[in-house]
Design a protein around this ligand. Sequence first.
Ligand SMILES: NC(=O)c1ccc[n+]([C@@H]2O[C@H](COP(=O)([O-])OP(=O)(O)OC[C@H]3O[C@@H](n4cnc5c(N)ncnc54)[C@H](OP(=O)(O)O)[C@@H]3O)[C@@H](O)[C@H]2O)c1
Length: 312
Amino acid sequence: MSKKLLVVFGATGNQGGTTANIVLDDPELSNQYSVRAITRSASNPKAQELKSKGAEIVEADLDNTSSLAGALRGAHTVFALTNTYYGQDTRTIETRQAKALCDEAVKQGAQYLIWSSMSHPKKISNGKLTHVDHFDVKAEIEEYIRTLPIKSAFYAPGSFMQNFTTHMVPRPSPANDGTYVLANLCKGDTKLPWIDITDTGKWIAAILADPDKYEGKMLSAAYGLISFDECAAIISKHTGKTVTFQQLPDEVFKGFLPENFRDQVMDMHLLFRDYGYFGANMESDVEWTRKQAKGKLTSLEEFFKKTDYKIE
Ligand SMILES: NC(=O)c1ccc[n+]([C@@H]2O[C@H](COP(=O)([O-])OP(=O)(O)OC[C@H]3O[C@@H](n4cnc5c(N)ncnc54)[C@H](OP(=O)(O)O)[C@@H]3O)[C@@H](O)[C@H]2O)c1
């Protein structure tokens, strides 16, 4: 039996990278699927690594529509995502890129599309939160995909544990007492669905192993719901430094945000605090999705351990 061709966009990144790797490494999935990894530059070391494991590497750029036919020719299943363009009109850019990709997938006769989606803050908040473009746009692309003549499934990642190494890194306390503070406008008991984003492949593998089961379904993917107070305690235990969570008044928090995407990030945190990252059914959606993963998921404690997490 000939293998089905899986085309993976973002193959040199977090989500696409773990998807391509899990299929190449899994005896059953690699028997069923061959992998074509898409990158803008075939010389990217991550692409070369995938090539050495048996993936076909094809160069394509979502901003260059004419490159997409070659990327999608012969595709059976496609894993696709767009990136956020902070400080730019991400809604317009992501919509243009995703529509070009999805339309070409249909044109090339692909059977199944797995889209990296998101929750829909505008809908969840009944129109109150209007600036979380980088979430809304992915949910709206999902709506578009559902109208296309192609089977589809949707994967929405929770908040990346990796964020603790970037914009959520605890800062030295202003008290200058050797302690650290994790601060934003959420409450200490506000829970986010946390995911080691390199676990993505474990859910995509489940879809690839049983596509009919997941057709039309949304996976709200996370290890679990963990409050900011709990995150601070876990970081303290791991690093040996005292880290506490501090809720900031809305306007103070807003003042710390970069001007060119202030409203976007502000509304995103209001989503977290007032509505829940995945909306009203977050708890049951995350719990169901957790059970679908193929393989053991990474806890927050394990993430800090495996990345040798440190705060300075
Ligand atoms: N941070 C969070 O907590 C969070 C939570 C949920 C969702 N998200 C979303 O996750 C997405 C990022 O996912 P990720 O972490 O997997 O991405 P990533 O690791 O940054 O990788 C991005 C990938 O996209 C490819 N790429 C970039 N521009 C491209 C273009 N024009 N055409 C074709 N490929 C292109 C890159 O490949 P080459 O460079 O090799 O071409 C790379 O493989 C964002 O949209 C973000 O909004 C983030």
